[in-house]
Design a protein around this ligand. Structure first.
Ligand SMILES: Nc1nc2c(ncn2[C@@H]2O[C@H](COP(=O)(O)OP(=O)(O)O)[C@@H](O)[C@H]2O)c(=O)[nH]1
Ligand SMILES: [Mg+2]
Length: 449
């Protein structure tokens, strides 16, 4: 995949839909995926940052050089992971939140939730400093408990502690950061700076509660947090052509932060897992996106427990199909040489059944009660019965052909009345015996051969 494609589009009536072309790409990715998504206000350099992660100097995730936001919906770019062998890296660039032209906060919440649901690392991108306004702009975190459910049961439970187990790691990228990293005169790290900004206030007044709520949510939902502060990337007059600038034209401190940011994202980001630890492949990620988007479009709340069940069903059904395919293709090859000795057919059947089970096991997950494995076995047994009938029919046909060819001379002689002449009976018995002998030796030879 040499350029990004739209994964989730927004239709004119504000609904989200998964693009089939992106699904087709994901369907082909059998490897586990590390999914890195970026969210934040529009026109804060998100797409530019994702291009840096993709290792492209010229922007492939389209950048906006006017006040109008360029990225719509969620765009995806899949590539081999630069550090982790055997895994793929999926970058998700999202439409900016808070675009005044849209003025639709429900839509923004959906995009934010989808990024949380689909990623294993979530980057929140903002400009300036982590002040109260920046935290308030991350108001979507306060809606997460209403927008995502852990369990499907109706009862009202606080699942927030459960969220943590499968929510993405969180990185706050502060762009155009000009302050000194100092708190009360002391030098602090970027992470200490973030933690300081997230500190809660004491008190129970409405104002204090409002101040604390987003901070509490960030702390609760994203216990693994990291902060990067980027200086201005270059001189102001060069900013609009940023993506075409050489490294030499970029601020060296900016490059240093950008490089260590990329290194951290590659090393720290984990393979996306489902609620029970199942590693998500590209194929499953596509199904997951489709399922979450369909759920949201129907007005329901995406549920992680249901997602695991739905993914298990899709994967297990496919695992049964794959297993059967292995068995069937092997048996079809054998069928060409039917009729064969029953023992040989059974041995091959046993060998292919084992191969089919192994193929099934590789793909299936959460087949706790063995329902799908049983279905595979039943299907194989039915097919085996069919092959046995085929073998029997082939054998019968061969015997009939043999008999009719062996009997041809006898029939002729019978018609000529040869056996009705004196001594004819003895001749008849001898010819018959000959036929039986020949038949026996021929069929034995064939079975052995
Ligand atoms: N000041 C500043 N501008 C940036 C930075 N990164 C990208 N830009 C520019 O900001 C504009 C919008 O960038 P874009 O990546 O499309 O923002 P997005 O809407 O958040 O995806 C483009 O002209 C970029 O060249 C940055 O770190 N600081
Ligand atoms: Mg963008």
């Amino acid at each position: 995949m040499d350029k990004p494609v739209c994964l989730i589009d927004t239709t004119s009536d504000g609904q989200q839909c998964v693009q089939q072309s992106a699904m087709d790409i994901l369907q082909k990715i059998e490897q586990p995926v590390v999914v890195v998504a970026v969210v934040g206000l529009y026109r804060t350099g998100k797409s530019y940052l994702m291009n840096r992660l993709a290792g492209k100097r010229t922007g492939w995730f389209a950048l906006g050089s006017t006040v109008e936001s360029k990225t719509k919906g969620i765009w995806m770019w899949c590539m081999p992971h630069p550090d982790k062998k055997g895994t793929s890296l999926v970058l998700l660039d999202t439409e900016g939140l808070g675009d005044v032209n849209k003025g639709d906060s429900k839509h923004d919440t959906n995009i934010f939730c989808l990024a949380v649901l689909l990623s294993s690392t979530l980057i929140y991108n903002s400009r300036g400093t982590i002040d109260n306004r920046a935290i308030e702009q991350l108001q979507y975190v306060t809606e997460l408990t209403e927008c995502i459910k852990v369990k499907s049961s109706e009862e009202e439970t606080d699942d927030s502690s459960e969220f943590v187990k499968f929510f993405p790691r969180f990185i706050w990228a502060v762009r155009d950061f000009t302050l000194e990293l100092k708190i009360e005169g002391k030098d602090v790290t970027e992470n200490e700076y973030l933690e300081f900004a997230l500190k809660l206030k004491h008190g129970t007044s409405k104002r204090v509660m409002e101040y604390n709520l987003p901070r509490e949510c960030i702390q609760k939902f994203f216990p693994s947090r990291t902060c990067f502060t980027f200086p201005f990337p270059t001189a102001p007059e060069k900013l609009s052509g940023l993506e075409s600038l050489d490294r030499a034209e970029l601020d060296s401190k900016f490059l240093e932060v950008a490089d260590s940011f990329c290194k951290f994202v590659f090393q720290d980001s984990q393979v996306k897992t489902l609620k029970d630890g199942y590693k998500v492949t590209g194929r499953v990620l596509g199904n997951l996106a489709k399922m979450y988007v369909d759920t949201i479009s129907s007005g329901a709340v995406p549920c992680l427990e249901n997602a695991v069940i739905a993914m298990a069903m899709i994967e297990n059904e496919a695992a049964v199909r794959e297993g059967l395919e292995v068995y069937k293709s092997g048996m079809e090859e054998l069928k060409i040489s039917f009729p064969l000795d029953l023992k040989d057919v059974s041995t091959k059947h046993q060998h292919l059944s084992n191969m089919a089970t192994q193929t099934f096991m590789k793909r299936s997950f959460r087949d706790n009660d063995g329902k799908y494995l049983k279905s595979l076995e039943e299907n194989i047994n039915n097919l085996f019965d069919g092959y046995l009938i085929h073998n029997e029919q082939a054998s019968k046909k061969r015997c009939e052909n043999l008999l009719s060819s062996l009997c041809a001379t006898m029939t002729e002689q019978l018609e000529q009345g040869l056996y009705a002449k004196p001594g004819g009976y003895d001749l008849f018995c001898k010819d018959l015996e000959d036929i039986v002998e020949k038949y026996k030796s021929q069929t034995n030879k064939e079975v052995k051969g």
